[in-house]
Write a protein that binds this ligand. Structure first.
Ligand code: PLP
Length: 433
């Protein structure tokens, strides 16, 4: 008779699950997740790939650190609003607000008298304080939802006049014209890709017109022979003007002279202005509508509004972003280049082992905003071969490849994370041998 291969004496799942380390992990990750890791390990024992005695060790090794697969990433790309890295990082105040709102909260409840209260009243007040030019405001799920809701509520079955130069795709294949028409408003295009005049708009406005739409083409620039018509002129056409400013700048910003802002659009006569919450505004994913009280009320009552309603976590984080300390997005884009250089020098000085140097590096606003605006700064350059191990490290560090080097731009890295960057580079270097 053949000797039984000890690896084939597969232990029982319960026996492995009794391992104290796995018991503790079950509290953190849930019993099902831990059981799956044990089952996988036992499968490998059965296949002869693993020693039976090592099953518990293997299950422990395979467990994730947290119950979510989303992981904190060190953004060393220099791109402040990085779409693939979650756009705006929240301020500490907004993070604390998220945690507070995670349980039961008085989101629609008046603690003073025990009656039902208006949902999101805190954030609405904060928005009105920041944009006094708005008669009323509404918060929805994201910028695209704000635009679709505004155009649908005001123009379903009717026409929206829009310039051909503003028929934009916002990324990942999403085209705003398709989005708007998907809910029943018809687009009436005027002008050409590069030029449109007030007369073009005036000729198109008629009894079927519900509104004129002005979309900020935020992710590209047209230079040369071009002309567009501003909100002020459009607002003289006798129909509501809806302006989608995109980025969420609430007031003019000297660093971004070409970026439209909510206050200026309202003052120029826009009836409704829409924007995102997680681009330059620096908050959680959200969309905000500002404007005339009667139109905001109409939009709020429209049935679709319920389908794009914002949750309590967003309300909490957005209010803390507006009322709390300056959010990281604003701090990062205004960072002083000399201060960045000093940090890069200190980090590079600790990395002679990989031949780190300090090189000029322009950061970018990102998120499809302010194309062509460079944010002058510096980066630590390390060998390109470290890019992959840096990405796979703990925490993952994401840099940018340029001229055969991996650039680690510290603009969007908090100073107290510089140590993490140094440790990550040394670990990555160790892993490549
Ligand atoms: C980003 C953007 C949107 C979409 O906003 P989301 O928050 O991504 O849904 C719409 N319009 C403009 C002009 C934008 O820049």
């Amino acid at each position: 008779m053949d000797a039984v291969d000890p690896r084939r004496q597969v232990p029982r799942t319960d026996a492995v699950l009794a391992d104290p380390r796995l018991q503790v992990a079950a509290d953190r990750l849930g019993r099902d997740r831990v059981k799956r890791a044990v089952t996988d390990a036992l499968g490998r024992v059965r296949a002869g790939e693993l020693d039976a005695a090592a099953a518990a060790d293997e299950a422990v090794r395979a467990l994730p650190v947290a119950a979510t697969s989303l992981r904190r990433v060190v953004n060393a790309t220099g791109v402040v609003v990085h779409t693939n890295l979650g756009r705006a990082p929240l301020s500490p105040a907004a993070r604390a607000a998220l945690a507070e709102a995670a349980g039961y909260v008085d989101v629609e409840f008046d603690l003073a008298d025990g009656s039902r209260a208006r949902r999101g009243r805190g954030v609405l007040d904060a928005l009105r304080r920041r944009v006094p030019a708005a008669e009323d405001v509404l918060v929805v799920n994201n910028g695209a939802a704000a635009l679709v809701l505004a155009t649908t509520a005001l123009a379903a079955g009717r026409e929206i006049v829009i310039s051909r130069g503003e028929m934009v795709e916002i990324g990942d294949g999403f085209r705003l014209p398709d989005l708007i028409e998907s809910t029943g408003a018809r687009l009436r295009e005027v002008g050409t890709t590069n030029r449109v005049t007030l007369d073009d708009y005036a000729a198109a406005v008629g009894p079927a017109t519900a509104a004129v739409l002005k979309i900020h083409p935020s992710n590209f620039r047209v230079e040369g022979f071009r002309s567009e018509v501003g909100v002020a002129e459009l607002s003289g056409l006798g129909v509501p003007v809806i302006a989608d400013v995109g980025s969420g700048l609430l007031a003019p910003d000297a660093q971004l002279p070409d970026e439209p802002d909510v206050t200026t659009a309202l003052r120029a006569g826009a009836s409704l202005v829409t924007c995102s919450g997680d681009k330059l505004l620096g908050g959680p994913q959200a969309g905000v509508l500002f404007g005339r009280a009667d139109l905001v009320a109409e939009v709020r009552r429209f049935p679709l509004a319920r389908a794009v309603r914002v949750d309590k976590l967003t309300l909490a984080a957005l209010e803390a972003t507006l009322d709390g300390p300056e959010p990281p997005v604003s701090r990062y884009r205004c960072l002083d280049a000399d201060a960045l250089r000093a940090r890069c020098d200190r980090v590079a000085a600790r990395l002679p082992a990989v031949g780190a140097t300090v090189v000029p590096s322009d950061g970018a606003v990102g998120g499809g905003g302010a194309p062509g605006v460079a944010l002058p700064g510096w980066a630590v350059a390390v060998p390109a071969a470290l890019a992959a191990p840096l990405r796979r490290g703990t925490p993952p560090v994401v840099g940018r490849l340029r001229d055969g080097r991996c650039l680690l731009d510290l603009r969007c890295v908090e100073p107290d994370e510089d140590d993490d960057v140094v440790a990550a580079v040394l670990a990555a270097d160790g892993s490549t041998g």
